[in-house]
Design a protein around this ligand. Structure first.
Ligand SMILES: *[C@@H]1O[C@H](CO)[C@@H](O)[C@H](O)[C@H]1NC(C)=O
Ligand SMILES: *[C@@H]1O[C@H](CO)[C@@H](O)[C@H](O)[C@H]1NC(C)=O
Ligand SMILES: *[C@@H]1O[C@H](CO)[C@@H](O)[C@H](O)[C@H]1NC(C)=O
Ligand SMILES: *[C@@H]1O[C@H](CO)[C@@H](O)[C@H](O)[C@H]1NC(C)=O
Length: 328
């Protein structure tokens, strides 16, 4: 069993991080200049979230613990417009029929006997990025810059997507749009952690859109898919104002205290050992490789057009402040 302490992980991040150009002395100057403490002041500071992040820090380091949050609880769900969904579903059925689906290649956070399939439809991914931009801005309550829309990906039978958080600089406010699944496929819930520290298990219906703060909320599909294929598109934005100016990855480096390289004694380890798979996490001692899948808040689509549902099942009107904007 591989046991990674927070220290090993930080060291690995340091070694592999291209932006790691600081000496330890310079980094510590940054730590003191920012008045950081250890453990850091978590944002947000809800008790449940602080408890979860404290656990995570002992197991490893979450890249976005000190970055600000934009919503109250970290995620929500709505529905995409049906005409767009119809075109996306047809693109998959046609792509599969015409043999346009190619193997995507090995991806470190995805595990399974077969690689995912990929149907390349930049016309549609750009349309999603543009057409649903007002939706995600309405949810986040802030103006956003589109970064990327990725898809159409089709996960194949017995795939798992290990729990992870996304890149803190560019994948800040995101959504997953579930397009379709094969007729033989069972539900394949997404597991996601909210800002009160609860783990949710969300089963989606074609057309459901899950908004989430993807660099803060740990998410994944660690339970394996049972069925031929399951398809989604992944869309990422970052705040338009005041975000790109800050090097958020460096900010996380600065938040690490001196003595980070003092090993945690085995008897002081309180949590299940965490194993890194690339940039993602597994707890191999638990079913589905993730202990909290055993204690979730379960919910399922379909969502409702024009409103978004928060993690407490409260409905909020989706108030568009902007029109669809052209992608720069
Ligand atoms: C850190 O604390 C010092 C002394 O209280 C204060 O002068 C300084 O502005 C603080 N710096 C930051 C970045 O908060
Ligand atoms: C961040 O989360 C806290 C606690 O959940 C919440 O009170 C606060 O409003 C959130 N920040 C924003 C900008 O929504
Ligand atoms: C997977 O689905 C097949 C039917 O396609 C079923 O026989 C099998 O029991 C399912 N496996 C699990 C682990 O649910
Ligand atoms: C997926 O894999 C499981 C386990 O090997 C198997 O039971 C099931 O029949 C497979 N489903 C399909 C559609 O291939």
């Amino acid at each position: 069993m591989l046991i990674y302490s927070s220290l090993t992980t930080i060291l690995l991040l340091a070694v592999f991080s291209k932006t790691w150009a600081l000496t330890e002395t310079e980094r510590l100057e940054g730590y003191y200049a920012r008045n950081y403490t250890w453990p850091p002041k978590f944002l947000p500071d809800n008790p449940g979230w602080v408890k979860l992040m404290t656990q995570r820090l002992e197991q490893t380091i979450n890249p976005a613990v000190v970055a600000p949050n934009f919503t109250e609880l970290g995620f929500g769900m709505t529905r995409a417009p049906e005409p767009l969904m119809e075109d996306l579903r047809n693109a998959i059925r046609d792509g599969l029929k015409n043999g346009d689906a190619r193997l995507e290649g090995k991806i470190d956070v995805i595990d399974g006997p077969q690689e995912p399939l990929f149907i390349d439809r930049p016309d549609l991914t750009q349309r999603v990025l543009r057409e649903l931009h007002p939706y995600v801005e309405a949810w986040a309550g802030t103006e956003l810059t589109p970064f990327t829309a990725y898809g159409l990906r089709l996960y194949q039978n017995q795939s798992a997507l290990w729990m992870h958080v996304d890149k803190v600089q560019t994948h800040v406010v995101s959504f997953i749009l579930h397009i379709d699944k094969s007729d033989d496929a069972e539900d394949w819930p997404i597991f996601i952690e909210d800002f009160e520290g609860n783990t949710h298990e969300v089963s989606l219906t074609s057309g459901d859109m899950v908004f989430y703060e993807s660099s803060k909320c740990n998410h994944g599909r660690p339970r394996r898919l049972n069925g031929s294929w399951y398809s989604s598109i992944f869309v990422h934005y970052y705040p338009k104002h005041g975000w790109a100016e800050v090097d958020h990855k460096m900010e996380n480096h600065y938040a690490i205290p001196p003595n980070w390289n003092t090993p945690v004694k085995p008897e002081d380890k309180k949590y299940t050992p965490l194993t890194m798979e690339g940039t993602s996490f597994r707890e191999k001692e638990c079913p589905d490789d993730w202990c909290l899948t055993q204690n979730t808040i379960k919910w399922s689509g379909p969502g409702e057009e024009g409103v978004w549902l928060d993690p407490k099942f409260r409905k909020h009107p989706l108030e568009f402040k902007t029109r669809s904007v052209m992608v720069e």
